[in-house]
Design a protein around this ligand. Structure first.
Ligand code: AMP
Length: 400
């Protein structure tokens, strides 16, 4: 792989920054929070070496209600992904689930489809789906709406940064599905607007992210409101001791499905770009964004302010740019995301928190304008490119 193909600016091409032999270790950085820049370099494995997955089922084999089958066909799903293949049957049988799976594995349908089917059969109860971010809640709600079309099943989306009034109205319509972020769910419980006594299914999605983001107390509070007799599904990209404790308290004899794939590092060509200052970084960035292969670029910055400033600067240069960070309202975040997904803008500049769990197809490049704080964050960031077996590119600025 030549540096030419990576599209590095001319000034970087002679510096020998590319090195092979990267070991995809996922251990903590060696020097406190500093991550050795060697770890931002990886020669992508050829995509063809990916293991071929042979599913045991087709969607048509699952004993779903006919109407649900029709909606699945309408969404174009035929072959289950590995987590769907393994989890759908036991979850339909009422088992608790630990799913070790990251975004892009099809985990959402793996839990939504059996739950939707359960509601078609039982016609009572409540499904509570708790997730770390507003965007992920939105994504799950969209997926739910596709599968539940015409089935008389409804959802309420309870997320921060959006009007409480509209959410309270949605709850008054007695939805069977409540999808939300921990803080807003807790607020609505405290206001007496959300009662969880009838909850028959709990889903914790991206449980490790929720713990990382400091939501563990809110989650424990929410779990405390639930009846003992219920089904509990826990999805997490990693199994940390804290998640293990949570799962032990939460679940009875769960089935464990692990599909954590190498969607991230292996298929992503990773390299570093040396820059001496912020101005220098922005100058290199402009040069990169002028190259035609940089057509859908996700850039990570570490502060809300820095992300907005960079987005404003790029926009001033005539580069179509959107930004997504915690200071934006929910509708603004949603609009920015849609514009990027639909390729109406070339660049999305984001903070880690805002970009967690997003499913954005065909991102050509992830650029770490600021370095991530942990290696785990790095792997998560670069997982936004090279999805679904496609090849991706990740570039990280280092001081040099
Ligand atoms: P997720 O990991 O749940 O965020 O899903 C990632 C993407 O894959 C979403 O756009 C889903 O709509 C899509 N997807 C999930 N399962 C399937 C499937 N069996 N067939 C086709 N597309 C799927």
């Amino acid at each position: 792989m030549s540096r030419q193909r990576l599209g590095l600016p001319r000034s970087q091409r002679s510096q020998g920054t590319f090195r092979g032999g990267y070991s995809p270790a996922n251990t903590k950085p060696k020097h406190g929070s500093y991550i050795s820049s060697d770890r931002f370099i990886n020669k992508a494995e050829p995509v063809e070496t990916a293991e071929v997955f042979i599913p045991r089922h087709k969607f048509a084999d699952f004993p779903f209600d006919e109407r649900l089958h029709r909606n699945i066909v309408a969404k174009g799903y035929e072959i289950p992904t590995p987590i769907q293949d393994e989890a759908i049957v036991p979850v339909m049988a009422g088992r608790d689930l630990i799913g070790l799976a990251n975004t892009g594995t099809g985990k959402t349908a793996a839990f939504l489809l059996p739950i939707i089917n359960r509601f078609l059969v039982e016609r009572q109860g409540l499904a509570l789906i708790v997730v770390p971010t507003r965007e992920l809640a939105n994504q799950i709600d969209e997926e739910f709406k596709g599968f539940a079309r015409g089935l008389n099943l409804y959802s309420a989306l309870l997320v921060g940064g959006a009007s409480m009034g509209a959410q309270i109205n949605a709850l008054q319509r007695r939805p069977q599905f409540v999808i939300g972020t921990p803080g807003r769910i807790k607020d609505l419980i405290n206001q007496g607007r959300l009662r969880l006594q009838t909850t028959s299914v709990l889903v914790l999605d991206e449980a490790d992210r929720m713990v990382d983001m400091g939501f563990i107390r809110d989650i424990r509070f929410i779990i405390g409101q639930l009846p003992e007799k219920r089904q509990s599904l826990c999805l997490s990209a990693t199994m940390t001791p804290e998640i293990e404790r949570l799962v032990n308290e939460l679940q009875i004899n769960p089935i464990k499905v692990s599909v954590r794939t190498s969607e991230t590092s292996d298929h992503v060509e990773q390299n570093i770009i040396k820059a001496v200052s912020r101005d220098h970084k922005t100058q290199i960035l402009r040069e990169l964004l002028g190259q035609p292969e940089f057509s859908k670029v996700l850039i990570f910055g570490d502060t809300k302010y820095g992300v907005q400033r960079l987005a404003d600067n790029l926009a001033k240069d005539g580069i179509k740019t959107a930004a997504i960070h915690g200071n934006k309202s929910q509708p603004q975040r949603q609009r920015a995301l849609e514009a990027f997904k639909k390729e109406q803008v070339q660049v999305l500049v984001a903070t880690d928190v805002a970009a967690r769990g997003l499913d954005i197809p065909n991102v050509t490049h992830v650029i770490n304008y600021d370095q991530p704080k942990t290696y785990d964050d790095y792997v998560h960031r670069i997982g936004r490119t090279g999805r679904a077996g496609a090849r991706g590119n990740a570039l990280t600025f280092v001081q040099g």
